[in-house]
Each structure stands twice: as structure tokens, then as C-alpha cells.
Write a protein that binds this ligand. Structure first.
Ligand code: ZN
Length: 268
């Protein structure tokens, strides 16, 4: 018999297997299942790994850091240049200049227009030296129009002088009676009046402010909001020594008054 003829060693091994204990068979069977599951799992993992490796280049590209870009700072908005405000404009009328009427004339030929023109020019130089813009206007200046009223200085002063008489002395300052901004005009009158009195040592000639001053035509021709006034420097008769010889002082009084006004002083 074949079985009987099996080598002893083989038979012996068979016997050993067959004669394996029930306990050993009990754990060998689950071990096989575990091995099968482990194998399938390894196969799956291997497949997944292969797929992962196959996709890796794309991932690498996708995960690669973005190329360094040269840092370009956001352009800073250039600060808007603040326009430099123009210095205040002062308009000075050299009374009776630029026309046929020289104003008051004394018997010896002293003319009002000569005094007003020189005082206005001196005042202009002083104001410009202090940083203001200054226009000297003629009595009937094309920049002044009752219909346009578009000449708008920050301060306007018409410069005149009184008649060649000896019974009166002193200066006068007035604003338009129909002023659109009487408070500012009054402040300008106060500033010019007090500074002019200090510089000229002339008294204020009270009681002789006429409609020739309060209805002065050029005060009706400047911009309604422009502060304006008219000054009578003194009488060509009684005050002629000062009007002829102290023109720098007279101009200084006007300039100081206008500057105090422009600087906002109440001049009380
Ligand atoms: Zn005059």
C-alpha cells in the first residue's frame, strides 16, 4: 500500500500535523484570515501609494512655493501740494490821480493829487515790504466798476486830502453809508484812524464827514464784501507842513492801520 510505504519521516510529519492539538488548529485558521486581510490591505496600500506617486508631480507643482516676486511697494500717493495762499491784496486809490481833476489846489500851486499819489506810493512800498500785495488805483480806474463790483481786495482805502483852508485841521476816515459789511468797514476805519493819528499827530476832525465821503463813488464799485474806507489826510492849508514834509509818516500810519486790520485786530 502506498500509504504504508510512505517514508517513516514523512509519515511521522503527517502524524505530527494530523495529531496537532485542537488548540493549535483554532488559532491557525484566524491567522490565515488575518494574513489574507493584511495582504489585501498591503495590496491596496501599495496601489494607493503607486497612484500617489503617479500624481506626485502635480502635487509637487501645486505645492511648490510661488516664485518669489520682486517686492514692489505700493505707490504712495504724492501729497497734494497745499496751494500757497496769496498774500492779502490791498487796494489804494491815489485820490484824483489819472484824470483831469487834481482835487484841491492851493494858491501857491500845491495840489491834492500830488500828496495823495506820493503817500499812496510810499504806503505801497511799505506794505509790499511787509509781504502784502498792493494795487494803486486811479480815481476812475477801469478795475473799479459799479456794475461789476468784482474788484475784491482784502482791504481798500481811498486816499484824499481836504481843501486849502486854515480854519480847520485834522484828518477824517469814513466808510460807505450803505455798506454791505458795516462791522468790518467800521473795524477798518478804527484801525486806520488810530494808527494814522499816532503817526501823523493830527487830530480827528470831527463833525465834517460829509456825503462826499460816505457816498464816495469808489466805495460803491469794489466788491460788496471787500472792506473799504476813505481817508482825508488833512487840510492843505492848516496841515500843509505835515502833508508836505511828513509823507513817510503819513504813509506809515496808513500801513500800520491796514496791517492791524488784516491781522484781525479790533483796533478798539
Ligand atoms: Zn479829494
Amino acid at each position: 500500500m502506498m500509504d504504508d510505504q510512505r517514508p517513516i519521516a514523512r509519515r511521522h510529519r503527517q502524524t505530527r500535523v494530523d495529531s496537532a492539538s485542537p488548540f493549535r488548529r483554532a488559532w491557525l485558521k484566524p491567522l490565515g484570515r488575518v494574513s489574507l486581510i493584511a495582504g489585501i490591505t498591503a495590496l491596496l496600500l501599495g496601489t494607493v501609494s503607486l497612484v500617489a506617486l503617479w500624481q506626485r508631480p502635480a502635487q509637487v507643482i501645486a505645492m511648490a512655493p510661488a516664485p518669489l516676486q520682486t517686492f514692489i511697494p505700493a505707490p504712495t500717493r504724492a501729497p497734494t501740494p497745499t496751494p500757497t495762499p496769496l498774500p492779502p491784496l490791498v487796494g489804494l486809490v491815489a485820490g484824483h490821480s489819472g484824470g483831469e481833476d487834481p482835487g484841491a489846489i492851493c494858491p501857491d500851486g500845491l495840489r491834492e493829487v500830488d500828496i495823495t499819489t506820493e503817500v499812496a506810493q510810499r504806503a505801497k512800498r511799505m506794505l509790499e515790504a511787509r509781504g502784502y500785495r498792493v494795487d494803486i488805483l486811479a480815481e476812475f480806474d477801469s478795475r473799479l466798476s459799479a456794475t461789476r463790483r468784482d474788484y475784491a481786495p482784502q482791504a481798500f482805502l481811498a486816499i484824499h486830502a481836504d481843501s486849502c483852508v486854515y480854519y480847520a485841521s485834522g484828518y477824517k476816515v469814513a466808510r460807505a453809508s450803505n455798506s454791505a459789511s458795516p462791522q468790518e468797514d467800521d473795524r477798518l476805519v478804527r484801525c486806520v484812524s488810530s494808527s494814522y493819528a499816532a503817526a501823523s499827530q493830527l487830530p480827528f476832525h470831527e463833525g465834517s464827514i460829509t456825503t462826499a465821503m460816505t457816498l464816495y463813488h469808489n466805495l460803491m464799485k469794489i466788491h460788496p464784501q471787500s472792506p473799504g474806507a476813505i481817508i482825508e489826510l488833512g487840510f492843505l492849508g492848516s496841515d500843509r507842513a505835515i502833508l508836505v514834509n511828513q509823507r513817510e509818516q503819513l504813509a506809515l500810519g496808513i500801513v500800520n492801520g491796514i496791517e492791524r486790520f488784516l491781522q484781525g485786530s479790533e483796533c478798539r
